[in-house]
Design a protein around this ligand. Structure first.
Ligand code: TXA
Ligand code: MG
Length: 321
C-alpha cells in the first residue's frame, strides 16, 4: 500500500468515510484515526499499531455537544473542565452510552473523549458525521510521534494516508482525567496541569502514581514510551558519575555537561522553558536512540507544572522490563 503524505482534509475525509485509517495531526501527538462507529475500521487501527485489544481508544470529537451522543456528562467539575479546556489537550473518562462499542473501551463502562485543538484536524472532525477513534500513531509500546516523519518511520506502507499538519505544538499526550468518589483523578499527566485543573474546578486533583500490573489506562503501564537504548533519568551529574559506560547519549534540559564519554546530546530547551522541553522531548528520545550510544542518560525537570508530565514520560521510558 502506498502512503500519501498530504495536508488535504478532503482526502482524509474521503478515506475515513470509506472505513480506512488515516494518521491525523493533533496538538499533542499524531493519532491513528478511524470511524469509531465502524468496528471493521477500528480493528484496522489495532492491526496497524500491533496494539493488544485490551487497550481502549480515545474518541475524538469536533463539537462539544457530540459528547452527549457517546457518554454521560452532567454539570460538574468535568463539564467545567471541558468548557475551559476544549478544544485542547484534555481527555475525559466518562460513563459510556450504548452507542459506543466495547471494542473502543475494551469492555470498560467508561469511555475516553477529547476534542483536539489542531487547525486541520478540528475542521476535519467537524465535517465528519462520526467521532474518530485514535490512539497515538506509533507501534504499541514505542515513543509517540510528534511529526509526519515519525509516523512514516513506523507506518509507511501500512496505512493509506498521513494528514500532514507539521510538528505537534504540545508534544506530549493529553492529560486524562476522571471523577470518582467525589475526587478528580489525573490518570495521565499532560499539558493540562494540576494547577490548571485546580484553577478551573477549585478542586485539587489526585495524581495516580500507582503503576499496577493491570492499569486502568494502559498509558499508565511502565515502559510504555520506551526507546530501544537503555535509559536512566535523574540528576545528570550523578548519573554520569555512576555510569560505567564509555558511549553515553545525554538528554539535557538546558545545558550539556562536560564529559568526554558523551557521544551525542540533545538539549530540550536552552532557554529553560518547560513548554519547549515538552514539545521536543519525543524528538530528543528518537534522535538519541539512533545515536549508537550504549545508554541514554536523561535529566529530570523541576517537579512542577509541565515538568510533571515530562518526568512521567522519562520515568516510563527508563523502565527496563
Ligand atoms: O493526546 C492524546 O491523547 C493522543 C492523541 C492522538 O489524541 N492519543 C493517545 O492515545 O495518546 P493512546 O491510545 O496512545 O493513549 C490513550 C490512553 C491509553 O493509556 C488508554 O489506555 C487510555 O488512554 N484509555 C482510553 N480509553 C480508556 C478507558 N475507557 N478507560 C481507561 N483508560 C482509557
Ligand atoms: Mg499511545
Amino acid at each position: 500500500m502506498k502512503t500519501i503524505i498530504s495536508s488535504r482534509i478532503d482526502e482524509a475525509e474521503h478515506l475515513l468515510i470509506q472505513g480506512e485509517v488515516v494518521a491525523i495531526p493533533t496538538e499533542t501527538v499524531y493519532g491513528l484515526a478511524a470511524n469509531a462507529m465502524d468496528t471493521d475500521a477500528v480493528l484496522k487501527i489495532f492491526r496497524a499499531k500491533k496494539r493488544p485489544l485490551f487497550n481502549p481508544l480515545i474518541l475524538h470529537i469536533g463539537r462539544k455537544e457530540q459528547v452527549h451522543e457517546l457518554a454521560y456528562l452532567s454539570a460538574g467539575p468535568l463539564d467545567r473542565l471541558a468548557d475551559a479546556c476544549w478544544p485542547g489537550p484534555l481527555t475525559l473518562l466518562l460513563p459510556k452510552k450504548e452507542t459506543v462499542h466495547d471494542l473502543i473501551t475494551a469492555g470498560s463502562p467508561l469511555v475516553a473523549v477529547r476534542m483536539p485543538d489542531h487547525p486541520l484536524t478540528l475542521p476535519l472532525l467537524q465535517r465528519l458525521h462520526f467521532p474518530l477513534a485514535a490512539p497515538s500513531a506509533n507501534l504499541f509500546g514505542t515513543v509517540s510521534p510528534t511529526s509526519p516523519v515519525h509516523v512514516a518511520e513506523q507506518l509507511d506502507g501500512k496505512i493509506p494516508m498521513i494528514l500532514d499538519g507539521g510538528p505537534c505544538r504540545v508534544g506530549l499526550e493529553s492529560t486524562i482525567v476522571k471523577w470518582e468518589n467525589n475526587t478528580l483523578h489525573i490518570l495521565r499527566t499532560g499539558a493540562i496541569t494540576p494547577e490548571i485543573i485546580e484553577n478551573v474546578t477549585g478542586l485539587v486533583p489526585f495524581i495516580s502514581k500507582e503503576i499496577s500490573e493491570k492499569p486502568e489506562a494502559p498509558g499508565q503501564l511502565k515502559s510504555h514510551y520506551a526507546p530501544e537504548t537503555p535509559l536512566q533519568c535523574g540528576d545528570l551529574v550523578q548519573l554520569l558519575a555512576d555510569s560505567p559506560s564509555q558511549k553515553i547519549a545525554v538528554l539535557c534540559f538546558r545545558q550539556v555537561p562536560d564529559d568526554s564519554r558523551i557521544c551525542a546530546h540533545f538539549t530540550l530547551s536552552a532557554a529553560g522553558s518547560e513548554k519547549e522541553a515538552a514539545t521536543r522531548l519525543f524528538e530528543g528520545l528518537r534522535t538519541l536512540d539512533k545515536s549508537g550510544a550504549d545508554c541514554i542518560v536523561a535529566e529530570l525537570l523541576p517537579e512542577k507544572g509541565l515538568g510533571l508530565a515530562v518526568n512521567d514520560r522519562l520515568r516510563r521510558a527508563a523502565t527496563v522490563s
